[in-house]
Design a protein around this ligand. Structure first.
Ligand code: S3P
Length: 434
């Protein structure tokens, strides 16, 4: 599908972002292995979370929804408790979702049966040795294609032992996979991370009864003696989805946007810090807690932006927002440098390459670095034909750029937004019309 976008005179309105994708995956998985019935509201409607649901159903978990529950984003999970998962009758399909594949691989490494998990072309090219290596240290039997580096993964689950392990990359997917493996291992599992990655698993695990200690980059989980307790929760709005509206508001000359019910977990708010450092007119109001996570309303008004520098310590707190941050930088005064972002090369696409290529087509002066990019802010974008490369975050970042470009922009493969934010194009239209 192609989307045609023209700059609009003003951007005004209120947006409620979809439920957070990362928290949604974790809420489904952890409630599946807990004991009891849990209702999850405001689940992320994207295809990625549907893959997690389908995989767990294939493993014997009863998941109902949305129709009988009266809300389009509500599901009910009937947890199977410890030892309740069953060997799936077929290969598990994680689609485009690395969170599904990696978290489930950690969980399945401890289940006494065989699992094979695969994904689409993009997911089958993403690194899995980072997961296979520590799981093997825990005693897991797990294999992958190409010398155990790529999916499909084959896992013969069994007894695991806890390990102490320094994560080679600050990856929340890897951390969460090892915590799930550690739940039923013998002895504690202790993980060390060099920069803080999202901590939704830690929060949920603790709320459901797991014994954990989290302290300054060291995360320890003790094996559980009793089953996890199921947990009803409402998923906060996804700050990674809100980021497109925040940047749109910051770069458009006549914008006033309110994003309501947005998660502001400090491990995710790098986008807020960066926009503030760039001088954006951004207010955080009405802070509260929802589902064990901090939530707020965010208000964004037009303003002048200045360039900034982004490097290692903040990268995990804004990793998914870098394509749209590059768009903000293109409208800022000065040159923005993004470094230490090698992880971007192994996302749904090589996001350094695809962001640089596609933003260049819009007339932005942007240079590729081995682990980042340099963006020269000139403030004049030209409409062009650009491609999402089937990457949802790139599709949305390009749409935001189109809002301030001269003439028409065509975004090819625009349906990629369905992975995390199926209502994105409708919301965009609404904002431009008010
Ligand atoms: C995610 C972690 C991040 C992020 C991804 C979602 C998660 O990936 O990019 O979109 O839910 O744990 P890494 O763990 O590979 O950094």
């Amino acid at each position: 599908m192609d989307k045609r976008i023209r700059a609009c005179a003003s951007l005004r309105g209120e947006i409620t972002p979809p439920g957070d994708k990362s928290i949604s995956h974790r809420a489904i998985i952890l409630n599946s292995i807990a004991e009891g019935r849990a209702r999850i509201d405001n689940l992320c409607p994207g295809a990625d979370c549907q893959c997690t649901i389908a995989c767990l159903q294939a493993l014997g978990v009863g998941i109902k929804g949305p129709e009988p529950l009266g809300s389009p984003q509500a599901i009910e999970v009937l947890g199977v408790g410890r030892g309740g998962l069953r060997e799936a009758p077929n290969t598990l399909d994680a689609g485009n979702s690395a969170t599904t594949m990696r978290l489930l691989a950690g969980l399945l490494a401890a289940q006494p049966f065989l699992s094979i998990i695969t994904g689409d072309d993009s997911l089958r090219s993403r690194p899995m040795e980072r997961l296979i290596q520590p799981l093997r240290l825990m005693g897991a039997e797990i294999w992958g294609r190409q010398d155990d580096s790529l999916a499909p993964l084959a896992i013969r689950g069994g007894r695991l032992r806890g390990i102490t392990y320094a994560l080679p990359v600050p990856s929340a997917q890897l951390k969460s996979a090892l915590l799930l493996a550690g739940l039923w291992a013998q002895g504690d599992t202790v993980l060390e991370e060099s920069a803080p990655s999202r901590d939704h698993s830690e929060r949920l695990l603790q709320a459901m009864g797991a014994k954990m200690e989290v302290d300054d980059g060291r995360i320890a989980i003790a094996p559980v003696s009793a089953p996890l307790m199921s947990l009803d929760l409402r998923i906060p709005g996804d700050i990674s989805a809100a980021a497109y509206w925040l940047v749109a508001g910051a770069i458009h000359p006549d914008a006033q946007i309110k994003v309501t019910g947005c998660g502001i977990n400090p491990t995710r708010t790098g986008i807020i810090d960066v926009l503030r450092a760039m001088g954006a007119n951004l207010k955080v109001e009405n802070q509260r807690m929802e589902g064990g996570e901090p939530v707020a309303d965010l208000l964004l008004k037009s303003g002048d932006l200045i360039a900034t520098k982004i490097d290692a310590q903040i990268i995990p707190r804004l990793i998914d927002e870098i394509p749209v941050i590059a768009v903000a930088a293109s409208m800022a005064r000065g040159t923005t440098v993004i470094e230490d972002a090698a992880e971007l090369r192994v996302k749904e696409t090589d996001r350094i390459r695809t962001t640089v290529d596609e933003l260049s087509k819009l007339g932005i002066r942007v240079e590729e670095l081995p682990e980042g990019m340099v963006i020269h802010g000139e403030g004049r974008l030209r409409g062009a034909e650009v491609d999402s490369h089937h990457d949802h975050r790139l599709a949305m970042a390009l749409a935001v750029a189109a809002l301030v470009a001269e003439g028409e922009t065509v975004v090819r493969n625009a349906e990629a937004v369905d992975m995390s934010y199926p209502a994105f194009w409708q919301e965009l239209e609404k904002l431009g019309q008010q």
